[in-house]
Design a binder for this molecule. Structure first.
Ligand code: ADP
Length: 496
């Protein structure tokens, strides 16, 4: 049987002796390009309202706890103003704008995101805590790619498979989370606009800055007033948007608890709904998988974006025959992850997004040990200010443990073993969620056999956390319904 502690301690010693002298120079990105304003109003009808009359809150840098900007808290009246603006824009302008014209705006927005990509990446990293390497290479390019992709659909809706002349829904209320702020805004806005809807978007309260920067980009693109409105605030702002009678569609990405509540609130109202909720993804590793690539895939699956990823591969299912070897290689790689200043271009793992999220991760991981699992943690030194959690792997995990069942949404991996493909499938499916899974094997027939039996919206083979605007993304069961991305992503915004 595995003796993870001895195994890893021995390995760590030899690793430290090998790497002890190896130092990287810091390579910090400059924050100067992010021209964050002292305070922001709400973006309604193409203008930023003066923030003076609003209640407000501060958005902070989670890596330093420094205040970045004062943000307006929209109340029900502000939500109403935003929805009325979107409704007017829908009736008077956007529903009469042809597909090729809408496409031009989307292309323009995509190009402006590219032009201002460095500013967006730096702002996102400051506000969210994720490494600049990720905002620069993943979040921002993918956000631009979504606008480019859906620009291509705007004049081809009649070829999308939803009838000869599919119609938009009207006003879409869109509520997004804090883990990929700009990217989630792009996932929501691009297909909605391509399909001819107008939008009221509410970013998460801890990460509003890139959505507000996107509002400036929409002004720059001369998108007609009111076609997109961006209102900031907490859950009460989101709730007012959900309940507004003139909102025809709600698109929500966030926790399963809030998603469930939204579904109850709008039941019987006739509003369209798509939900992208939590997950507890299984990364299934067979003994014939290419081991080094697979270890990289496991690392990427759980430590990308500090594990603040709804489709994270947070449960590792390893075939028993290779479990020791995989754990040894995995912990060696965990020890090499560079944790710290998100603005440093060498950083692999940045700050946890908020004190609240850090408390949630700490609470859940404490139950891991209480319930009998073994905690293995990177020996990295964490910064003294800000919110940090070291990359962590739990072994001796059983399926009944909370760390194997509940979404931790942090850099924490729970490792379980299996002997046969049947057992792997049974364990992978033993969850209320159904967002994503990964399968690692040299054998295509085995991968397909397993994939056919997994209950999840997305299944990656010999890779993990790969996103592309052409590829539909979404869950089953408590991970939600509806798809974002691809041709299927249009369906969420068409009256079909
Ligand atoms: P998390 O727990 O990961 O922060 P939430 O589901 O609470 O995720 O938040 C996701 C988004 O939903 C945020 O923009 C948040 O403000 C919003 N939100 C929270 N509560 C509600 C609610 N009752 N109705 C609508 N939106 C909400």
């Amino acid at each position: 049987m595995l003796d993870p502690i001895v195994l890893v301690e021995t390995d760590m010693e030899s690793l430290h002796s090998q790497l002890g002298g190896l130092q990287y120079d810091n390579a910090p990105e400059s924050a100067a390009i992010a021209k964050i304003k002292k305070e922001y109003g709400l973006f309604i009808n193409g203008q930023f309202t003066s923030p003076k009359d609003h209640k407000s809150f501060f958005t902070i840098n989670p890596a330093t706890e420094e205040k970045l900007s004062k943000i307006s808290q929209a109340d029900a009246n502000d939500v109403d103003a935003a929805v009325q603006s979107a409704k007017r824009a829908y009736e008077k302008v956007w529903s009469k704008t042809t597909g090729p014209e809408r496409a031009k705006y989307l292309f323009r927005i995509a190009r402006l995101i590219q032009e201002r990509s460095r500013e967006l990446a730096v702002t996102e990293t400051l506000d969210n805590g994720k490494p600049i390497r990720e905002t620069r290479d993943i979040d921002v390019p993918l956000a631009a790619a979504h606008f480019f992709y859906y620009a291509g659909w705007a004049d081809k809706l009649s070829f999308a498979g939803y009838g000869a002349d599919p119609k938009p829904i009207g006003v879409a209320g869109q509520i997004i989370p804090w883990n990929f702020p700009l990217l989630m805004a792009a996932w929501k806005l691009a297909p909605a606009l391509a399909a001819g809807n107008t939008c009221v978007l509410k970013p998460a309260e801890t990460t509003p800055l890139t959505a507000l920067l996107l509002a400036e980009i929409l002004q720059q693109a001369e998108l007609p007033d009111g076609v997109v409105n961006i209102i900031t605030g907490d859950g009460s702002t989101g709730a007012a948007l959900v309940e507004h009678p003139d909102v025809n569609k709600i698109a929500f990405t966030g926790s399963t608890g809030v998603g469930r509540m939204i579904q109850q609130r709008i039941a019987g109202s006739g509003k369209h709904l798509t939900l992208e909720l939590g997950g507890k993804g299984a990364n299934i590793v067979f003994e014939d998988a290419p081991i080094d690539e697979m270890v990289e895939g496991i690392i990427d699956g759980i430590f990308f974006n500090q594990g603040h990823v709804c489709c994270a591969g947070s449960r590792l299912l390893v075939q028993e025959s290779i479990a020791e070897d995989v754990l040894r290689r995995l912990m060696r790689r965990v020890e090499q992850l560079r944790v710290g200043d998100p603005m440093d271009k060498n950083t692999d793992v940045g700050a946890v997004n908020s004190a609240e999220q850090l408390a949630r991760i700490s609470e859940l991981t404490a139950t891991g040990e209480e319930e009998g699992a073994t905690r293995l943690t990177s020996t990295c030194v964490l910064p003294s200010k800000g919110f940090w959690f070291p990359p962590t792997v739990f072994t001796n995990v059983s399926q009944s443990h909370r760390i194997a069942r509940e979404e931790i949404f942090g850099p924490v991996l729970s490792m379980l073993t299996f002997r046969t493909p049947e057992e792997a499938v049974q364990k992978a499916n033993n969850t209320n969620y159904g967002l994503a899974c990964g399968v690692w094997s040299e054998k295509g027939s085995r991968t397909l056999w397993v994939a056919e039996r997994l209950r999840a919206g997305v299944i990656w083979a010999n890779t993990y956390n790969k996103f592309d605007p052409t590829s539909p993304f979404g869950g089953v069961r408590e991970s939600g319904f509806g798809r974002e991305g691809g041709r299927q992503g249009l369906e969420a915004y068409l009256n079909v």
